[in-house]
Write a protein that binds this ligand. Sequence first.
Ligand code: HEC
Length: 151
Amino acid sequence: MKKRILLVLLAIAVVAQFFQPDRSAPPIVPANDMLVMTGAPDDIKAMVHAACYDCHSDQSTYPWYASFTPINFWLQDHINEGREKMNFSRWNDPASQEHAHECGEEIQEGEMPLESYTWVHGEARLDAVQRASLVRWFSAVIPKESGEDHH
Ligand code: HEC
């Protein structure tokens, strides 16, 4: 009986692997890239690429373990949600920039990159010096919020 239950569970796990999230992204237009449009220096480019681009751009890279169900759905959720909030690959679109003024704050407070991401992406872990230079750069490049909501 136990053996049969295990076999059924195994079969479910195997079949589950055939269910994969939609990873499609529109083609990359370099001229619409945030780092290109802002003329970011190389050190900033490298940090933002490593720490933000997997979730906030159409250039996400997927590690091998990202293909296992259900990890794949969990990761894709972060990516879709991240892209929806802010997409560095579509900087020509004002909707992609709506939350950009929060970048410095998110980095300063250690909210971004997401902690779960830095567990496996050592290159995305920012030390205090890197955080400070990113915060400084973002505040110089991204206009402050012009709306009614000042804080
Ligand atoms: C692992 C995926 C992931 C990475 C990496 C990541 N983000 Fe995010 N980001 C998200 C998700 C998901 C949201 C939306 C949910 C939330 O706010 O927590 C978000 C939201 C944001 C927001 C909007 C905040 C708000 O709530 O309005 C900003 C700004 C932001 N991220 C900046 C960054 C910056 C800058 C980096 C790189 C230093 C970064 N993120 C790295 C997934 C990510």
